[in-house]
Design a protein around this ligand. Structure first.
Ligand SMILES: Nc1ncnc2c1ncn2[C@@H]1O[C@H](COP(=O)(O)OP(=O)(O)OP(=O)(O)O)[C@@H](O)[C@H]1O
Ligand SMILES: [Mg+2]
Length: 315
């Protein structure tokens, strides 16, 4: 996965619940440890990462969660307000009107506009920070679940088709330029070590269309280190133990069996994931993020995961 942290803009995507937020924040902490000034951003007002770090009520401001690492929870209306101020040079009163319910309905009605203005805010943070703004080397986006993850990246194209002139067209072109350059932007796909999530992940990757070129790597979340011998050694052990006259040995086999099935399923998932590289005809590195075996993840767990991810994303 070398080079990932040298990108400016990384979109972490995957199906719902696979661990996108975990992977996004872990990647951000790893980047921070590597000396990159990083902001990990949740869209649509999501606050999973903010909650992990005990941040209070939602605010549009970036908050520090570790040395070099900030987090931010963005909404389309926040981004719209920012756009009104920066690009349209609207004064506070007009922006207040824009923030009304009528405008919300209007913004909702235009496909892709929510995505576009949020992407626009991120592009500004990276490439056009105002005096007094933080300067980031890297912005990592915790993309919404699949359907949305795809529309997010397709937003500039959708807007270019809707409007050929004006500020939104200009915004779409600016973002398209950022997304068009795999040296600046990357997509990281998160999946789990099981058949269905891996198949869904591959489907998502293939559905990226023009943005497929941005797919940089995969994070297999909740991976477990192999603890039992691989096939065929296991087949041999299984044959021996299942016919053993001693009931204690057969009981041992019964206890070990589910662990072995899980390990086999992970090996098969990894094998299947590797076919993605063949389908896309280029290397797609796979990093493994271990499963933390106790309860809810804490900031300490996330830092430990980041230490484990760091060598995988830098070599
Ligand atoms: N490596 C891991 N080890 C242990 N638990 C994990 C790990 N990764 C994720 N989890 C747990 O799985 C749950 C889902 O993770 P996360 O919130 O990152 O998923 P998501 O894909 O962002 O979900 P959503 O679709 O709701 O946004 C969380 O409760 C988290 O604590
Ligand atoms: Mg999430």
């Amino acid at each position: 996965m070398s080079g990932l942290l040298d990108r400016r803009f990384v979109v972490v995507t995957g199906k719902g619940g696979v661990g996108r937020s975990t992977a996004a924040v872990t990647l951000a902490l790893a980047a921070g440890k590597a000396g990159k000034r990083t902001c990990v951003v949740e869209l649509y007002g999501n606050r999973r990462i903010a909650q992990w770090f005990g941040l209070g009520d939602r605010s549009y401001k970036a908050c520090s969660i570790a040395p070099n690492v900030d987090t931010m929870s963005l909404t389309a209306m926040d981004a719209m307000d920012d756009f009104g101020q920066r690009k349209l040079k609207l004064d506070a009163l007009v922006r207040m009107v824009l923030n009304s319910r009528v405008t919300h309905a209007f913004v909702d009605a235009i496909p892709g506009l929510h995505d576009l203005v949020q992407l626009g805010k991120l592009e500004n943070m990276l490439l056009e920070p105002l005096p007094g703004d933080a300067h980031y080397d890297l912005v990592i986006v915790d993309a919404p679940a699949t359907g949305h993850g795809l529309t997010l990246l397709a937003a500039p194209q959708a807007m270019s088709e809707l409007t050929k002139i004006g500020p939104f067209h200009e915004l779409a072109s600016i973002i398209a330029r950022l997304l068009d350059d795999p040296k600046k932007s990357a997509v990281v796909l998160v999946t789990l070590p099981e058949e269905l999530p891996v198949n869904e992940g591959i489907e998502l990757a293939l559905g990226l269309g023009d943005n497929q070129k941005l797919l940089h790597s995969v994070i297999m979340n909740q991976a477990r280190p192999p603890s039992l011998p691989p096939v065929p050694a296991w087949d041999h052990i299984h044959a021996l133990l299942s016919t053993a006259p001693d009931p204690d040995l057969r009981e041992l086999l019964r206890v070990a069996e589910p662990f072995w099935r899980r390990q086999l399923s992970q090996e098969q998932a990894l094998h299947r994931l590797k076919t993605l590289a063949e389908l896309l005809n280029r290397q797609i590195p796979i990093a493994q993020l271990p499963k933390v075996e106790h309860g809810e993840l804490s900031p300490d767990d996330l830092h430990i995961l980041a230490e484990q991810l760091l060598p995988q994303v830098t070599t």
